[in-house]
Design a protein around this ligand. Structure first.
Ligand code: SF4
Length: 355
């Protein structure tokens, strides 16, 4: 079986070509063809000698995603793909257009072990981690689809299926690769990593000097409520999470946001809003309020516009910057918390022991 070329870092690609007695500059040509020119077939690499193209095609596949379903939202701004993965399993990827920005929302795991009660992915359990190549390939797929119509991908959000910090190495390897200026070259400020809030991993992210934007899925301002909505909170309570967030922002020049799914009658009271104001004091973060998107496995309803405005006004008064997010792609199940693929034969279960 062929290997997947997107599993190789530039260093590994260099080693491979050196082992084939190729001059060093061939690796740069190949890298640029894959990540900058977005080629999908080795035959298109006219800059490479025919013999090398043949050898590459005999050894490697460029594709590691099999597109199974493509859906366009009626909103005209959202497209969702269901991909079969070469390594087994399926994931969903969403492309969204906002004004000048074209943003791809990518997945890092097939399923998720975190079990947030309102999230369709969490309701599936975890099937497996994605490889760095499978993560990179989702971004390149979206970039190619835009290039085909004269567009350009501008932003990447790691907010799709899975908890990126539960698949840390592969996720960060993918993001490093996408930022290489000799390849895809996306700027670090155009990438947002969203986490459910694993404090030890946020600290690691900070200590490793990462500057991607960080979004923390907060959803509640007391442990009692958060334990019910985001079960991982029982292991990592709010005080620990907020401490880790403080360490992240202390690193300087870093952008932090808090995500809050507004659920009718659950976490949308003025009291929760006031507690949120107090919780995030000094963090300089932005709060994104996202009226809950429907999923089959959770009966909660989204907060209405008036109640959402009331919640926001408490934050405004408390000096916390916040935005009520426009809901997009709901008709195709592409909204926040809606991504899922068919259950893994009933075998996938939350696997919290390893977190
Ligand atoms: S919200 Fe994120 S962390 Fe929570 S279950 Fe869904 S995918 Fe996992």
């Amino acid at each position: 079986m062929s290997q997947k070329i997107f599993e190789l870092s530039l260093a590994e690609l260099r080693q491979q070509l050196a082992a084939w007695q190729q001059p060093a500059y061939r690796a740069a040509q190949l890298w640029s063809g894959l990540y900058s020119d977005l080629r999908t077939n080795f035959e298109e690499f006219s800059v490479l000698p025919r013999g090398l193209r043949t050898q590459l095609a005999a050894t490697y596949d460029i594709d590691c995603l099999q597109m199974k379903v493509e859906r366009e939202s009626k909103d005209g701004h959202t497209r969702k793909w269901l991909f079969g993965l070469a390594g087994g399993g399926e994931v969903e990827t969403v492309l969204m257009g906002y004004d000048e920005r074209m943003t791809v929302c990518i997945s890092t795991q097939a399923g998720c072990a975190m079990g947030c009660v309102f999230c369709a992915t969490g309701q599936m359990g975890l099937l497996r981690n994605l490889t760095a190549g499978e993560i990179v390939a989702q971004v390149l797929w979206a970039a190619r689809s835009l290039k085909a119509v004269g567009g350009r991908l501008t932003n990447v959000v790691v907010m799709g299926m899975g908890e990126p910090f539960h698949n840390y190495e592969a996720t960060l390897a993918a993001l490093d690769r996408l930022q290489d200026p000799a390849g895809f070259g996306i700027g670090v400020r155009r990438i947002t990593v969203s986490t459910v809030g694993l404090p030890h991993m946020i600290r690691r992210f900070a200590q490793e000097g990462r500057h991607e934007k960080l979004a923390v899925s907060l959803h509640a301002a007391t442990d009692e409520l958060r334990n019910r909505l985001v079960p991982i909170n029982k292991r990592y309570p709010l005080a620990e999470l907020i401490d880790a967030c403080r360490e992240y922002v202390r690193g300087g020049n870093r952008r932090l946001s808090m995500e809050w799914a507004l659920i009718d009658g659950k976490n949308d009271s003025a009291e929760q809003a006031q507690l949120l104001v107090e919780l995030v004091q000094g963090l300089g973060c932005h709060v994104n309020l996202i009226p809950l998107n429907p999923t089959g496995g959770y009966a909660g309803l989204r907060t209405g516009r008036e109640a959402a405005d009331r919640f926001k006004s408490v934050l405004d008064t408390g000096g916390v910057a916040c935005t009520i997010r426009v809901r997009r792609g709901i008709d195709i199940g592409a909204g926040c918390g809606q991504l899922r693929t068919k259950a893994a034969g009933g075998k996938a279960q939350p696997q919290l022991a390893s977190i």
